[in-house]
Design a protein around this ligand. Structure first.
Ligand SMILES: Cc1cc2nc3c(=O)[nH]c(=O)nc-3n(C[C@H](O)[C@H](O)[C@H](O)COP(=O)(O)OP(=O)(O)OC[C@H]3O[C@@H](n4cnc5c(N)ncnc54)[C@H](O)[C@@H]3O)c2cc1C
Length: 247
């Protein structure tokens, strides 16, 4: 972990308007831990009085200001302890954007500003078994859904660049019902994901498609061809190549 003042850490001071907006709309929080679970996966814990007494549902999102109210990146809380005023998220530092840099370098004692939690995916109206697809950025959602209720049956299928690292991160979280499809494999991995989707459709699963917008589109098309009713499907793009800051 980098020390405060290291060159990679964002240092830009927010302007006056940005500061005013952050005070009005955002919840200040302090980082209490940044645990690197594996390779680019970081479990980040945030705390603060503003995080107490918050009503949170698994599937909701938060936006974290990256030094300014006008530059935020979106993450999925994986747990929210409203009585302690503490929440955790699983960040994946895919590259060099402000979100990735924050995930990689944020350290205990650092302050940040959070907008939310806000609605994103409403999992409560979907029947079991729940089948979640996505990528590295969706592992937090899989955790939140799996531990939402002890009886909830959740299976997850993630396309990932590094299967070993993803498996290690999932293992640390106690997420065992996850199928990983390697983007680097010889078999086209979208076809492998579609095959797991078809198996889940056969047992009457509900579907939550997240992650890369292009993959969601391909999987959504596959479900349409199988005549799966729209009521059994939720989709939420987390990112798309060449675009920044999805919310
Ligand atoms: C509702 C919602 C919930 C989300 N939850 C999580 C979460 O819990 N954990 C998490 O890690 N992320 C999550 N994300 C995704 C995260 O917000 C994006 O990956 C974000 O773009 C990261 O910001 P950045 O500054 O690193 O990259 P940006 O500056 O936003 O993007 C820079 C470039 O990287 C590309 N890019 C963005 N993400 C990826 C990726 N994963 N792999 C490869 N290229 C990418 C962009 O297309 C762009 O070209 C969520 C997004 C949404 C909308």
């Amino acid at each position: 972990m980098l020390a405060a003042g290291s060159p990679e850490r964002p240092t830009k001071e927010p302007g006056r308007l940005s500061k005013a907006l952050m005070r009005l709309w955002m919840k200040p929080a302090t980082i209490v831990a940044n645990d690197r679970l594996a390779d680019r996966f970081h479990l980040i814990t945030l705390e603060g009085p503003a995080l107490a007494d918050v009503v949170w549902l698994p599937g909701q999102k938060v936006q974290i200001a990256m030094g300014s109210a006008f530059t935020a990146r979106t993450y999925t809380p994986i747990e929210w302890n409203a009585s302690a005023g503490r929440m955790c998220l699983l960040g994946y530092a895919h590259g060099d954007g402000p979100g990735s840099t924050w995930v990689r370098t944020v350290a205990p004692g650092d302050q940040c500003d959070i907008f939310g939690p806000r609605a994103s995916l409403d999992l409560s109206r979907l029947y079991d078994p729940l089948f979640i697809t996505g990528d590295e950025t969706s592992m937090g959602l899989a955790y939140a859904a799996t531990y939402q209720a002890p009886i909830r049956r959740v299976t997850t299928c993630l396309e990932v660049g590094d299967v070993e690292a993803a498996r290690l991160a999932a293992g640390h979280l106690g997420l065992h019902d996850v199928v990983f499809c390697s983007r680097a494999g010889h078999v086209p991995h979208i076809a492998a994901m579609q095959a797991t989707l078809s198996e889940a459709a056969a047992v009457g699963a509900s579907f939550v498609l997240t992650g890369n917008a292009g993959t969601i589109q391909a999987l959504r098309q596959n479900l349409r061809l199988q005549s799966i009713s729209a009521a059994r499907i939720r989709t939420k793009a987390y990112w798309a190549p060449g675009k920044t800051g999805f919310d």
